[in-house]
Design a protein around this ligand. Structure first.
Ligand SMILES: NC(=O)c1ccc[n+]([C@@H]2O[C@H](COP(=O)([O-])OP(=O)(O)OC[C@H]3O[C@@H](n4cnc5c(N)ncnc54)[C@H](O)[C@@H]3O)[C@@H](O)[C@H]2O)c1
Length: 447
């Protein structure tokens, strides 16, 4: 399948690296304005491998301390691709000239919907990154095209999450009553630039270009991204993301927390949403006198209720010290799973009122995708413990089924991707819904 990518920053490069190891995806082109000024001429096909350096994707808010591109398939994710960098609209020229069948969109949040719309109009399938929502109904223009949209929420492809979905389907937890999740990740270092400015652009010199550091190696090797923006943050998302903390008060990044709950509990609509925000003390204490007015509470707690009475409790927690966690908990009439502590309690099976380790249960209820591709996923995707690889395999399998179903006499596809554009719209709607609930002190009713 002729495949292109829009937005080749941290996430785009990680995905490109993995796609290289998957022959189904024929990588043809990438569009990113930051290629401009790179040693490679615009739209010229890359012939010579050009190392990104050991570090590969930058040390990032999502993956502080993450391993190198080793395990993502290649040292140079752009090798052999045609690059389009003539401004923010140049992806359109890429669509017209390269005619890709599938486009991965890994650009900043404000680009996703217009770019996806252009891809769908051009007849492509779209693999679309996650984001915080902006307004209700914003994904509506993407509905109804023949091209498919695959939300790239990788957490739902985790080995344990998919196994717990199987446990729920088998009735192990009885009737599901309550599910908790969170995006609980101390971002204070990532949100502030080298000059101490929240949402500023200055590159963290000491961190990214220390002699002998991975990022220094990357620059020396001529990474097109680094060469394009001397003195600026290598990962611009950290700038625009930081600025949200002075303008919003909402769960601004809800998909990692809600998507696994919706997958496990088979939730596709919500009845109402109520959110609460704590005071904003974490950044004030960290930044001291120079701190701008912070609008986003340190803890934003959102409770969503489904029409059949399930509670989904979400926590956005990014500006207080803590080890990273998703804090998932699934509770039903017959048992409970506690993701953080890797433990489970099933009434009648576990010793009375005693937790058991969840590992044996996960093995027993392993999802078919992990049974089939688990070994290769763990070998190919050390960066994210296999979940990105399983996600890409799931796209491949879905599209193969699509092709087979189109042939006369072929049976309907046996496999479909476990999330849809409508699911992505639901997950991201938590941002505007929580904003409204907090601002107006109300429960937002949806039906
Ligand atoms: N699922 C995950 O684990 C995960 C992890 C990190 C990021 N993400 C998501 O991936 C997306 C990208 O995040 P990132 O961390 O890679 O950000 P980033 O800032 O590292 O990369 C974004 C890239 O898009 C490019 N870009 C900007 N405008 C563009 C345009 N008009 N056309 C083409 N390219 C353009 C930028 O130059 C940059 O290289 C976001 O939606 C983010 O939420 C997901």
């Amino acid at each position: 399948m002729k495949t292109a990518i829009i937005g080749a920053g941290y996430r785009g490069r990680t995905i490109l690296g993995l796609l290289r190891g998957m022959p189904f995806f024929e990588l043809i082109a990438a569009a990113d304005p930051r290629f401009a000024g790179s040693p490679v001429k615009n739209s010229q096909k890359r012939q010579i491998p050009q190392a990104f350096g050991e570090g590969g994707p930058s040390k990032s808010a999502e993956n502080a301390g993450a391993p190198s591109m080793a395990g993502t398939g290649t040292a140079d994710p752009f090798e052999g691709l045609r690059l389009y960098s003539d401004g923010p609209e140049d992806y359109r020229r890429m669509l017209a000239e390269e005619r890709p069948e599938l486009v991965f969109i890994c650009s900043p949040w404000n680009c996703h919907i217009p770019q996806a719309l252009d891809c769908l109009k051009a007849g492509c399938h779209v693999a679309l990154e996650i984001r915080g929502g902006r307004e209700l109904g914003e994904y509506q223009p993407l509905m109804g095209f023949p091209g498919k949209v695959f939300p790239l929420e990788n957490i739902i492809f985790r080995r344990d999450i998919l196994a717990v979905r199987e446990m729920v389907r088998a009735g192990l937890f009885g009737e599901i009553v309550s599910m908790r999740g969170g995006y609980r990740h101390d971002l204070r270092d990532e949100l502030v630039d080298a000059a101490g400015v929240l949402g500023g652009d200055a590159a963290p010199v000491a961190r990214s270009a220390a002699p002998g550091s991975p990022a220094a190696a990357s620059t020396a090797a001529g990474s097109p991204i680094s060469a394009a923006a001397p003195g600026l943050r290598e990962r611009p998302s950290e700038a625009w993301r930081g600025r949200l903390y002075t303008s919003e008060n909402a769960d601004i990044y809800p998909t990692h927390s809600i998507a696994p709950l919706c997958l496990i509990g088979d939730v596709h609509t919500l009845a109402n949403v109520t959110a609460f925000a704590s005071k904003a003390a974490g950044l004030r204490e960290r930044l001291g006198a120079g701190c701008p007015k912070i609008t986003l509470g340190d803890i934003v707690s959102t409770v969503a209720r489904t029409s059949d009475g399930k509670l989904l409790t979400l926590t956005h927690d990014t500006t207080l010290p803590r080890p990273r966690s998703y804090g998932i908990e699934i509770q039903g009439t017959r048992g409970i799973w506690d993701e953080d502590n890797h433990r489970i309690y099933i009434e009648g099976r576990s010793p009375f009122e005693q937790w058991e380790p969840d590992a044996g249960y996960i093995e027993e209820y392993l999802d078919p995708m992990w049974r089939r591709w688990g070994a290769e996923a763990l070998a190919a995707d050390r960066h994210h413990g296999g979940m990105d690889y399983i996600m890409l395999r799931a796209i491949e399998e879905d599209l193969r089924g699509e092709g087979a179903a189109g042939q006369s006499g072929s049976p309907a596809p046996a496999f479909s991707y476990p999330a849809t554009l409508a699911d992505l719209a639901l997950w991201t709607s938590i941002t505007p819904l929580s904003a409204k609930s907090i601002a107006e002190g109300c429960t937002v009713e949806l039906h």
